[in-house]
Design a protein around this ligand. Structure first.
Ligand code: SF4
Length: 363
């Protein structure tokens, strides 16, 4: 079995680590190169026009995986009220029509998530014993937690560094080092080493950066290719970014704490209640709630990232202007028509507005 996976943030590092611990070779796990314009072009060419960007990008990636020899493809499946439920079936049909004879294996991201992932790993590694699978799984997700911990520091440093780009350089090196790490102890050591390196970067004195929260659909919020490196661009403008959605948070709650009855979105849903009383699929309910909460928490602004034609985020986008909690929101719609210079111009204008509002509040 040669399993291909699509990209989603740093997930590939985690999957690779698990596969290596389980003794899989480079031939067993096919990870396409990081996404490029070619991936997007492939996805756009073979997807229905109205499909959302995550569908198109993952399809492009799966085609690339097939080209590299994958005969089995992993994809998410869900039972929520949006298109995610159709991704795997639909993409499998498209790939068959294109002549790729790949079999799909799916990960349930709506129910029994942990069991679904562990069963999938077991099936992929010739029924290795459970203790070995669990140990490999812990090692893999440990890398996700480490990377998110470093990224959180990077988001702060980017806004304050004197020489723009230094924090990104350190972050890129950290990703490579964590990817290579063969033991949990090494991952821990690399994490603190790179957090130290970030603290040595010269910063502007008395910097009080504009603080922005990023909300929206999980795939485009987390995958930098999908949002055109939005966070890096904001860092260049001296903006500190905070984002609730991270892969490690998803793992922590969805796989371990939700089954114990702990709901990480309870306060966010409560905040959304006066404006939206129910789940509308995807992350739409959370986007509205986060807007309300972050307005109260003293952020300067919110950037709402949404795939074009994403139904849940269209609902959220239309509700956001009517909440009584007043905070500027910039919605960035991501699709194949989006161009980086246009996005940067909009970010610059938005940041100017936030600076102006902050100055006016001080008077
Ligand atoms: S939440 Fe939106 S972008 Fe994500 S799968 Fe559903 S419709 Fe597509």
């Amino acid at each position: 079995m040669r399993v291909g996976i699509p990209h989603f943030g740093n997930v590939y590092i985690s999957v690779k680590a698990m596969a290596q611990k389980l003794g899989a070779s480079d031939r067993d796990l096919i990870i396409p190169l990081l996404m490029t314009q070619k991936t997007l072009d492939l996805g756009v060419k073979y997807s229905p026009t109205e499909a959302c960007l995550p569908y198109k990008l993952t399809l492009g990636n799966l085609i690339e995986a097939c080209e590299l020899g994958a005969d089995t493809l992993a994809q998410a499946r869900g039972t929520g009220i949006c298109r995610l439920g159709y991704y795997a079936k639909n993409q499998e049909q498209i790939l068959h029509d294109l002549g790729y004879d790949a079999h799909f294996i799916t990960i349930d991201v709506s129910h029994h998530k942990l069991a679904s992932i562990l069963q999938l790993i077991k099936g992929m590694c010739n029924n290795a014993p459970w203790p070995k699978i669990i140990s490999a799984f812990r090692f893999g997700i440990g890398k996700l937690f480490a990377l998110d911990k470093i990224e959180k520091v990077v988001q702060k440093v980017r806004a304050e560094e004197v020489e723009k780009g230094e924090a990104n350089q350190v972050y890129r090196e950290a990703i490579k080092a964590i990817d290579k790490a063969a033991e949990h102890k090494e991952v821990k050591r690399i994490t603190s080493e790179y957090i130290d390196k970030l603290s040595w970067i010269p910063k502007e004195e008395d910097a009080k950066p504009i603080k922005v929260s990023i909300v929206g659909e999980i795939y485009v919020v987390i995958e930098p290719f999908a949002n055109m490196d939005l966070e890096v661009e904001l860092g260049k403008l001296g903006v500190e970014v905070e984002r609730t959605m991270t892969l490690s948070r998803w793992v922590k709650y969805s796989l371990f704490l939700n089954p114990l009855g702990i709901d990480e979105w309870r306060d966010v849903h409560k905040a959304a209640m006066p404006y939206l009383k129910r789940d509308v699929g995807g992350d739409g309910w959370e986007s509205v709630g986060e807007k309300v909460l972050h307005a109260r928490e003293g952020y300067d602004g919110i950037i709402h990232v949404a795939p074009f034609t994403c139904m849940p985020e269209i609902v959220a986008q239309n509700i956001m202007p009517s909440t009584k909690e007043d905070i500027p929101v910039l919605t960035v719609l991501c699709d194949e028509q989006m161009a980086k210079p246009g996005m940067i111009t909009r970010l610059e204008a938005f940041v100017d507005l936030l600076k102006f509002r902050r100055k006016r509040r001080k008077r």
